[in-house]
Design a binder for this molecule. Structure first.
Ligand code: DAH
Length: 341
């Protein structure tokens, strides 16, 4: 008898969980707690039970009735709440709501600038030539006409590795030697992009890592006028068709003669502003005719072959173009900066 009361309880409670509205709830009540229900009937028929068992069984049946009544009330108020806010269940499934949009990634501003530069040079017939970031002292300096202990090395504070003579490249210029040695004596038109490293104090103007895009053209009858024309054309494609350029004499050990190219300030059109420091001109790159010693090191006979080279900093170009006042933003990984481009 006790067991069958427990079974009634188990079944009733499990069926109660399945009720989903007032109608099914009422049905449940009449099955499990109405006068005609098994439980209530067994309470009524206690007189049929042996007198000694009557108190135990009576108490047990009554306890179960109380439990079921409480459960019924709980279920009633639970279902009432769901009825009061019919949208409640919907919200999680409302397919008409706009979705949560994913954060879209974007290309880093340095990559965007690099790609723009690649496109322009590709249009002018220059191929991209990749070269290693871990270099030898020989290629980074010596073969570029910068001997050991030469004061020109002071221009490139260098990261050394534990292996003697192995360094992080301080500029993309050693790629010139790789490209020449791989192609001599064929003509070359390449750009050599990539990361460079300098052991410098980090300031708003200098970082320990930055990109450069080197350029190299080797062939016969290449002259300084070719250098000027090609680089001026680059400037017009990069900064606008009316961009004017000027070349100032400079010095780099691997070129002779050497120059620096300025473009007319695109913010003030040469009138003088904060960005061009009132000069009307912005320095964009270093360049020159490949030094005969470098041609020889690359495998080209300097009497027969000539060429020009240049090196520019894409981050610097982006800084000028977008008015970025601190180069440290580029590798600081701050989304507030990166998401602006
Ligand atoms: N390598 C130089 C630097 O890092 C930039 C440069 C100047 C590259 C003149 C050249 C060049 O190819 O001709 O400062």
């Amino acid at each position: 008898m006790l067991e069958s009361l427990d079974t009634i309880k188990t079944i009733a409670l499990s069926e109660l969980q399945k009720t989903s509205d007032m109608k099914t709830l009422r049905l449940w009540y009449s099955t499990h707690l109405s006068k005609s229900s098994q439980l209530i009937k067994s309470l009524r028929n206690l007189s049929n039970v042996a007198a000694k068992d009557r108190p135990t069984i009576g108490k047990h049946a009554n306890d179960i009735r109380k439990i079921l009544e409480q459960a019924y009330e709980d279920r009633t108020s639970y279902l009432n709440k769901s009825v009061e806010s019919p949208g409640h269940k919907h919200i999680a499934l409302d397919v008409t709501l706009p979705g949560r949009s994913l954060n879209r990634g974007r290309l880093h501003i340095a990559t965007q600038t690099l790609r723009r530069i690649y496109t322009i040079w590709a249009d002018m017939g220059f191929q991209i030539y990749r070269s290693r970031e871990i270099e030898t002292d020989e290629l980074n300096f010596e073969l570029l006409n910068i001997p050991l202990h030469h004061p020109a090395r002071d221009m490139w504070d260098t990261f050394h590795t534990n292996s003697p003579g192995v360094i992080l490249r301080t500029h993309t210029s050693p790629g010139q030697i790789h490209a020449m040695q791989a192609n001599a004596p064929d003509p070359i038109r390449v750009i050599l992009p990539g990361m460079c490293y300098r052991y410098e104090q980090i300031t708003a103007r200098s970082e320990i890592q930055f990109n450069q895009v080197e350029g190299l053209a080797i062939g016969t009858n290449i002259r300084f006028t070719d250098l000027k024309g090609t680089l001026s054309d680059f400037a017009r494609r990069m900064f606008g068709t009316s961009t004017r350029t000027r070349f100032r004499a400079s010095h780099f050990p691997f070129t002779e003669p050497s120059a620096e190219m300025d473009i007319e300030c695109f913010l003030c059109s040469g009138e003088g502003c904060r960005v061009c420091k009132k000069t009307g001109w912005l320095e964009i790159l270093g360049c020159g005719m490949v030094h005969p010693a470098v041609l020889t090191n690359g495998g080209y006979e300097p009497k027969k072959y000539t060429g020009f080279a240049f090196g520019m900093g894409p981050e610097r170009i982006a800084m000028l173009k977008y008015g970025i006042d601190d180069i440290r933003h580029f590798w600081g990984n701050d989304l507030r900066f990166l998401e602006q481009f």
